[in-house]
Design a binder for this molecule. Sequence first.
Ligand SMILES: Nc1ncnc2c1ncn2[C@@H]1O[C@H](COP(=O)(O)OP(=O)(O)OP(=O)(O)O)[C@@H](O)[C@H]1O
Ligand SMILES: [Mg+2]
Length: 268
Amino acid sequence: MSENAVEMRDLLKTFGGGRSLFGRKASEVRAVKGISLDLKRGETLGIVGESGSGKSTLARMLVGLEAPTSGTMQIDGKPWAELAATGSRAFGRTIQYVFQDPVASLNPRKTIGDILDVPLRLLCGYDASKRARRKKELVDAVQMPLDTLERFPHEFSGGQAQRIAIARALAAEARILVLDEPVSALDVSVQAQVLLLLQQLRDDLGLSYLFISHDLAVVESISDRVAVMYLGEVVEVGPAARLFAAPQHDYTRALISSAPRLTSPDIA
Ligand SMILES: Nc1ncnc2c1ncn2[C@@H]1O[C@H](COP(=O)(O)OP(=O)(O)OP(=O)(O)O)[C@@H](O)[C@H]1O
Ligand SMILES: [Mg+2]
């Protein structure tokens, strides 16, 4: 088994750039410009960078929602192209995406039990009794009461809804999660609880996380390593403590000095 949960090599993604109606070349957006990066097994790799730097584009390619223009990826030791050829089921059992807005990501007309049923049926093909057992396990794993299964998404707070979204991401036993601003929509006190849950799940289940956030304090607290993206490129990657204490790249320095921080190394 490969040491890395994810390997990205020379990943490039452009949007547009075709011919317009009158034959003029439409302008091309190079959202991701040749990224090579590894996510190690059991690791949390933080991704920071300003809006539009290509973080979500990278994330969407990893989970198969978007195809790279060029470059290669290995997900859980399997070539991305092989997963893509097999279809969304193969991706769903290997790598899952958790979105920023938990309530919007849950179907409002379905109970949580029905929502969790979908991956267990479609991705795992479990029979009814196995699905019922697994649903109980899942709500328990994210520290929600059992009656959660009978309730609807609007009955939950943002933090509870994000716990449910995490349970859904884990349903088909994918061991790699791409978390795209998973706590940005939550109150600070709730953020801390969800981050703690994510850390516990990671350690208990041996998960690997690609954790995207604007919030440098959050990224510093949860990440083993951090990659800094700027205009579609990774300009710096390193251990979280080192990167924040002694940033090497000018852009990383600018990003850190522009962010409000609770503790400053100058004061400590
Ligand atoms: N489907 C698309 N079509 C055209 N351009 C796109 C598309 N998706 C993303 N882009 C462009 O690619 C660039 C990177 O966008 P992306 O969403 O990956 O940034 P981001 O780092 O996730 O930003 P944010 O922090 O605001 O979420 C932007 O210039 C964006 O406008
Ligand atoms: Mg984004």
